[in-house]
Write a protein that binds this ligand. Structure first.
Ligand code: NAD
Ligand code: G6P
Ligand code: MN
Length: 436
């Protein structure tokens, strides 16, 4: 029987996670689900935890759902540990977005200055969770969706030594659906290959006859045959990619590439949101309040439609599928953050990449990707070097490393801007950055 522990159980996404387990009840012999949170999230945990219990009961299942603030004891003999926590909650994200924008620099949850600070706050905590796991559940799998998911997963595997870690994101799921719809071919009949790093990956697609269809999808989604707005991500402004540039690249981009390929337009839009007091974190805070009002209703025992307003919709379901696939050696084809091991030839062997893989009983078995075209290779290597520097700063608390990361991040202008912004963010997030 399985014991699954979720760190950050008070998240508004928890009902989707529970729904995902219920949908897979025949594949998952669950006995206990433990939702772990901290004092600051206690009220959220109680509301969403009661909702989780109603969902399980309505499904006629006898699973135990436990709510606790005691992480160490909750982890005892866990089979799977999933992480969905946000250090400093949404108020910290508001600072990550608004402080850079007040300097005219992009502020975003996982990219640029904001993403680097989310890593600084989060990586030490994933280290503490792993230290507890080494004692309490040395054989457990760690399924991480805590952002920045790529860097957090790399820290878990490479620095804290938890090899049985898989990082997850929902972005590839949406891209698969869009391509299948455009080609009018069922998704299961297509072969997708994704490669890159979290929120910075590209993909190619082949049909069941073996013909590559990537170029046609570029035309249909971003080019002359474009019929509608293809952006499936609620949290990203739908600025238009430049078709000729994508065509030249020959790969499909991910939604987050907008911050790099059409940086000026994305920045302009973000500054407008900033001026209206409507950055994404501010909007999400209102959505979260509404969601928790719904969850308080003792009659509600299923995931409400309103949750699809969040950008992360589908990601908990992906987590459940990873667990089911490991548990049953299902070999489901999924896109995950995992050790490169030569999958992308242009990247270090021991770094974490986000790639298509079969999820087996021993974990992710990636599809070989090979080389990146030069137009993608340079950017990708630069982004990974920046990530490595962010992780080093997060673990050591080195100011020099943090300034280095800010200087080399493509979304932060180097020089005085980088230093002033770094100092301001370090001060604003002081309570969650004991290492600095
Ligand atoms: P949230 O603000 O609701 O936080 C979730 C919970 O984490 C809160 O209840 C909070 O109290 C708790 N928490 C904070 N610090 C903790 C700690 N040290 N230990 C245990 N719990 C702690 O966040 P959310 O909007 O639900 O998102 C949760 C996380 O998942 C974020 O990191 C977010 O970026 C990430 N996310 C990832 C994806 C993906 O594609 N991988 C998609 C959606 C969300
Ligand atoms: C996407 C990303 C997630 C991110 C989320 C933000 O789905 O894959 O990594 O956390 O959007 O959504 P939100 O509703 O919080 O802005
Ligand atoms: Mn993501």
């Amino acid at each position: 029987a399985l014991k699954i522990v979720t760190i950050g159980g008070g998240s508004s996404y928890t009902p989707e996670l529970i729904e995902g387990y219920i949908l897979r009840k025949d594949e998952l012999p669950i006995k206990e689900i433990w939702l772990v949170d901290i004092e600051a999230g206690k009220e959220k945990l109680e509301i969403v935890g009661a909702m989780a219990k109603r969902q399980v009961e309505a499904a006629g299942l006898d699973w135990e759902v436990h709510l606790t603030l005691d992480r160490f004891n909750a982890l005892k003999d866990a089979d799977f540990v999933t992480t969905q926590f946000r250090v400093g909650l949404l108020n910290a994200r508001i600072k990550d977005e608004r402080i850079p924008l007040s300097h005219g620099v992009l502020g975003q949850e996982t990219n640029g200055a904001g993403g680097m600070f989310k890593a600084f706050r989060t990586i030490p905590i994933i280290g503490q969770i792993i230290a507890d796991m080494k004692v309490q559940c040395p054989d457990a799998w760690l399924i991480n969706f805590t952002n920045p998911a790529g860097m957090v997963t790399e820290a878990a595997i490479k620095h804290f030594g938890w090899k049985k870690t898989i990082g997850l994101c929902n972005v590839p799921i949406g891209h698969r659906k869009v391509a299948a719809e455009k080609l009018a071919i069922p998704e299961e009949e297509l072969l997708f290959k994704f490669a890159g790093i979290n929120h910075f990956h590209w993909h190619r697609v082949w049909d069941d006859k073996g013909a590559e269809r990537t170029d046609e999808v570029i035309d249909m989604v971003y080019g002359p045959q474009k019929t509608e707005d293809e952006n499936h991500l609620k949290n990203i402004h739908s600025a238009q990619f430049h078709y000729e540039q994508l065509k030249d690249l020959g790969l499909l981009p991910c939604g987050y590439h907008r911050y790099y390929y059409i940086e000026d337009e994305m920045l302009k839009h973000s500054i407008e949101e900033f001026e209206k007091g409507e950055t994404r974190a501010q909007v999400v805070k209102a959505t979260e309040t509404r969601l928790f009002e719904l969850y308080k209703d003792p009659a509600l025992n299923y995931k409400p439609e309103e949750l699809s307003q969040r950008g992360g919709t589908h990601y908990s379901d992906a987590a459940c599928e990873v667990i089911a696939s490991i548990q049953n050696d299902k070999r489901t084809d999924m896109v995950v953050s995992t050790a490169n091991n030569g999958t992308i030839q242009d990247m270090p062997y021991d770094c974490v990449v986000e790639v298509s893989a079969l999820i087996t009983a021993h974990g992710a078995e990636p599809y070989n990707w090979g080389e990146m075209p030069s137009a993608a290779r340079g950017l990708l290597q630069g982004m990974k070097a920046m990530e490595e520097t962010v992780i080093r700063a997060a673990i050591t608390g080195s100011y020099g490393a943090a300034l280095q990361a800010f200087t080399i991040n493509p979304l932060v202008p180097g020089g005085t801007t980088a230093k002033t912004l770094l100092d301001e963010l370090l001060y604003a997030h002081k309570e969650h950055l004991p290492q600095f």
